[in-house]
Design a protein around this ligand. Sequence first.
Ligand SMILES: [Zn+2]
Ligand SMILES: [Zn+2]
Length: 349
Amino acid sequence: MKAALLEQFNGPIPVVTVPDPDCPADGVIIAVRACGVCRSDHHAWVGADPDVVLPHVMGHELAGEVIAAGPQCRGFTPGDRVTAPFILGCGHCRDCRSGNPTICKDQAVIGFTFWGAFAEQVAIAAADYNLVPLPDGLDFIPAAGMGCRVTTAWRALTDRAGLAPGEWLVVHGSGGVGLSATLIAAALGARVLAVDVSADALAKATELGATAVLNVSGINDVGGAVYDLTGGGAHVSIDALGTQATFDNSLRSLRKLGRHVQIGMPVGRHATVPLPLLDLVYARQLTLHGARGLGAAGFAPLLDMIGAGRLDPARLVTRTIGLSGVEAALAEMDAAQPAGVTVIDLARH
Ligand SMILES: [Zn+2]
Ligand SMILES: [Zn+2]
């Protein structure tokens, strides 16, 4: 098969021929039709993700069609249209059995701990536990973000923060996952203040339902600005980027009893941050959550909302590229990347 192969961190990602993946006994082989390009792929590309061993195929936001199923896979057969969460649970441990595969100690992470979906085919183990059938009305391109940014945003807002209609949500970072949070929160009836340094990203956030936007270029007191725009601080704030600055801004954006959710993965020098424990966490009585992925069993209510026409993930996608465009798309993340989400259309390579 053809795959975009990473042989050297920060290096080129040529499309080359590699061996087809072997089908796991309890898994499937998926012919990839579409795969999103995510900031986590950038972490992998530059060598900031400790799970990645070279040579490597990235790509974890896949949608495709089952072309082979192992003898122990009962629920899926060739021809099924599917996606999968980027964190695959083992399906057997106590955490998986209790519905929490994102904390499974034996988890596999697509495109990080094994070869991912910047390729014509990908192998998914424990398919009965991890695969998600795609509804007929959801095409491969818009479904490509379901395994990561859209479901992570969904879980952050619903399961973690318990965002209620009418509450203020502030989204720090209006990239793929931030825009997903804006789209979902607006559909849930919350008021959304989208924050970024890019006018294009904020225009996209407005298009997706943000109530207000804040361009923080040149603003020192982001928390104070959010306080004013939300009439006393947000009820829920998410750091959708994962830097010291966005984390700090997120906490300072919250009103008393507010809830912060860390979605953006903090890497390198951002991995450990100063925490204003007295003034913010203690005095404002804040709650801090982390959110990483969503298990397959949690997709149903989100897919129901999509099926009912209450939100449309196709609105996040602003560009499709071929496999050969992966390197350029990742390089753009170092500078001003285009607003919205880039998806690889495998039909284009
Ligand atoms: Zn991702
Ligand atoms: Zn497990």
